[in-house]
Design a protein around this ligand. Structure first.
Ligand SMILES: C[S@@+](CC[C@H](N)C(=O)[O-])C[C@H]1O[C@@H](n2cnc3c(N)ncnc32)[C@H](O)[C@@H]1O
Length: 285
């Protein structure tokens, strides 16, 4: 069962963090209007041709990625639990002149609601820091399958749960699997400030440099195996599964190297762990 009580706590934590995150990003509407790109080659390649595709972006946060997908031709609906993020996304849509619709909802409520209306999507897209907020992976995967039209695809690009099992000092400290809740008393952090230009291609501003989140948050560790199995159990057919030794945009540890294309990698002298994974799964016709 989804744990909506914890989701509500996460909503408050995300409201607070989203304000800080956006304070670091310069003229986002002008950047998107002018053709600037916030997306990475990995998701663009997996998504493929977007023209006229009906796409729902689950956990879209402030809608920057959703709006670029819309500018590239998709008919986009963005869904997020954070009031702050959804209002920001709606304003960004208006100010950038890029059309998309955004709905504030717990993803479980939205997926349950979308089913009876038979409003099906060609693509369900989900990315970068989404799965760790899901308290019930099998229910989510079944909801995704229901939201897809026959032949439609789930496209997921995620930070790797192996990387998430390490703490700030890169010591193995957290669980990798099982969906057990992990409490962060300090709440959602200002990882945009820590990532600099990696997450601010429109230009980085010092913004709110003294951010403290007054709301604890709760994550859930799902392994790659559990994710794939949930998707398969929901009746989708796996078409691609990849792992990457770099992180798009997000600097997990302070000693990471910034590579071309806003990617962060581990220091040269360290070993290698996977930092992201992606999967594509299709609903049979
Ligand atoms: C790291 S952000 C994802 C960012 C996204 N990849 C983008 O395009 O900007 C995680 C998002 O998940 C949202 N979230 C967390 N729990 C949720 C839930 N139960 N239902 C809907 N959204 C949720 C948060 O509000 C936050 O915006």
């Amino acid at each position: 069962m989804p744990n909506r009580q914890l989701h509500e706590k996460n909503r408050k934590s995300w409201n607070s963090a989203t304000r800080a995150h956006n304070s670091h990003k310069r003229d986002q509407a002008g950047f998107l209007r002018g053709g600037g790109s916030v997306l990475f080659p990995e998701e663009l390649a997996l998504l493929g041709a977007l023209s006229e595709q009906k796409l729902v972006h689950l956990q879209c946060n402030s809608g920057q990625d959703s709006l670029e997908l819309a500018r590239r031709g998709a008919r986009v609906t963005g869904v997020d639990i954070s009031d702050e993020a959804v209002v920001f996304a709606q304003n960004l849509s208006r100010d950038s002149g890029i059309d998309a619709s955004f709905e504030r909802a717990d993803v479980y409520d939205w997926l349950a609601r979308s089913r009876p209306t038979e409003e099906c999507f060609d693509v369900v897209y989900c990315s970068y820091g989404a799965l760790c907020w899901l308290s019930d992976l099998p229910t989510w995967a079944r909801g995704v399958a229901d939201a897809l039209s026959a032949g439609g695809r789930l496209v997921l690009v995620e930070f790797h749960p192996v990387a998430m099992a390490f703490d700030d000092e890169r010591r193995l400290a957290h669980r990798y699997s099982g969906g057990k809740k992990l409490e962060w008393k300090e709440g959602v952090s200002d990882y945009v400030a820590e990532s600099g230009e990696g997450l601010a291609p429109m230009g980085f501003e010092p913004g709110d440099s003294r951010f403290e989140n007054g709301h604890a948050c709760y994550e859930f560790a799902w392994s790659v195996g559990e994710t794939v199995q949930a998707v398969l159990d929901a009746g989708l057919v796996l078409e691609a599964l990849r792992e990457y030794p770099y992180s798009n945009g997000c600097r997990f540890w302070s000693d990471m190297r910034l590579l071309d294309g806003r990617r962060y990698a581990l220091p040269d002298d360290s070993g290698e762990i996977p930092l992201m994974f992606s999967l594509v799964a299709r609903k049979p016709r």
